[in-house]
Design a protein around this ligand. Structure first.
Ligand code: PYC
Length: 312
């Protein structure tokens, strides 16, 4: 019987879980982070499923494989993954990763550079649980795009990049409350399918795999509901989704660079965000908190029929 042991540290960022793989991951060689992400996907996808899917994980779990960075100025490289595949970037996951790296003694307070498949980002550990990330440049490519959604009618939204592709909808009839999750998943899933059917994509034909609804909030500037690619909803306000929102607000002249904006999630957790400018690029900063929930050794044994996770 062959048994593998994988060291992980779990955390949550505003309720959204992150599982950082500290050791025991696949050998992805020494290429760029995006090459290593491709190799992960083609040769080791079973490993992804084993880490985040049931029975060890859940649909909401985001995995973060720690990698040796190519750029020596970076403290770590990371590849994010979820229940159905790989994420380009993950805001809540980066906040969880930074708190985890501090927890295991790799970093202290201050600013650290992290390499991802879509570029280097900076993250500042402001306190034991508080992190501010400086995300990749974020931008809107289309405003008020109309899509015909089955059983609902025409829904209009903006298409923006915040490290993942988002369809951002302000104008809808939904109640963004935790008691309404099933309906919100159903509606946003239908929007995603409609976008796909109607050939509405990201800038280079990428599928728009995150759908974001907004409403007013009595305690923040806005409340959101974010549907993630594998049909789980983000318990946090979504770091890349909040970055995409910041890009839209700046483009509409509704948020001035440097001014903090408070984005609340559907479960009431909070990120603060602001736009900074680098030339004409919008670089969102996202601040949130994460807490470590477990240190564990996952056991994968070939006698287990569900060793590599349950998947469709
Ligand atoms: O925080 O960027 C984020 C994120 C993406 C998917 C789940 N969380």
């Amino acid at each position: 019987m062959i048994t593998k042991r994988i060291k992980v540290v779990d955390s949550h960022t505003g309720g959204e879980p992150t599982r950082v793989v500290i050791s025991g991951g696949p050998d992805l060689k020494k290429g760029s982070l995006s090459d290593r992400r491709m190799l992960f996907q083609t040769d080791f996808d079973d490993f992804r499923s084993a880490i985040v899917n049931e029975p060890r994980g859940s649909d909401a779990m985001v995995g973060a494989l720690l990698c040796e960075p190519v750029d020596p100025s970076c403290v770590a490289g990371v590849i994010f993954f979820n229940n159905v595949g790989y994420l380009e970037m993950c805001g809540h996951g980066t906040i969880g990763l930074i708190v985890t790296l501090a927890h295991i003694g790799t970093i202290g307070l201050g600013t650290h550079r992290i390499e991802t498949p879509v570029g280097v980002i900076e993250a500042t550990l402001d306190g034991p649980n508080s992190v501010t990330i400086r995300n990749v440049p974020s931008y809107r490519i289309a405003k008020t795009v109309a899509v015909e959604v089955e059983g609902i009618g025409i829904i209009c939204g903006d298409i923006a990049w915040g490290g993942n592709w988002f369809f951002l909808v302000n104008d809808h009839a939904e109640v963004l409350h935790i008691s309404n999750i099933d309906r919100l998943i159903d509606v946003t899933w239908k929007i995603r399918q409609a976008l796909k059917r109607q050939g509405i994509t990201g800038a280079e034909g990428q599928e728009i795999d995150h759908i974001e609804l907004f409403s007013q909030s009595p305690t923040a500037d806005s409340r959101n509901f974010v549907l993630c690619p594998g049909k789980a909803y983000d318990r946090s306000p979504c770091g890349t989704g909040t970055s995409a929102k910041v890009a839209c607000l700046v483009a509409d002249g509704k948020l001035k660079p440097g001014v903090w904006y408070r984005q609340e999630s559907v479960i009431g957790s909070l990120f603060e965000a602001r736009a900074t400018l680098d030339g004409d690029q919008i670089i969102p900063e996202i601040r949130g908190t994460a807490f470590v929930t477990a240190e564990a050794e996952l056991i994968i044994t070939d006698a287990d029929p569900f060793a590599m996770g349950i998947r469709a």
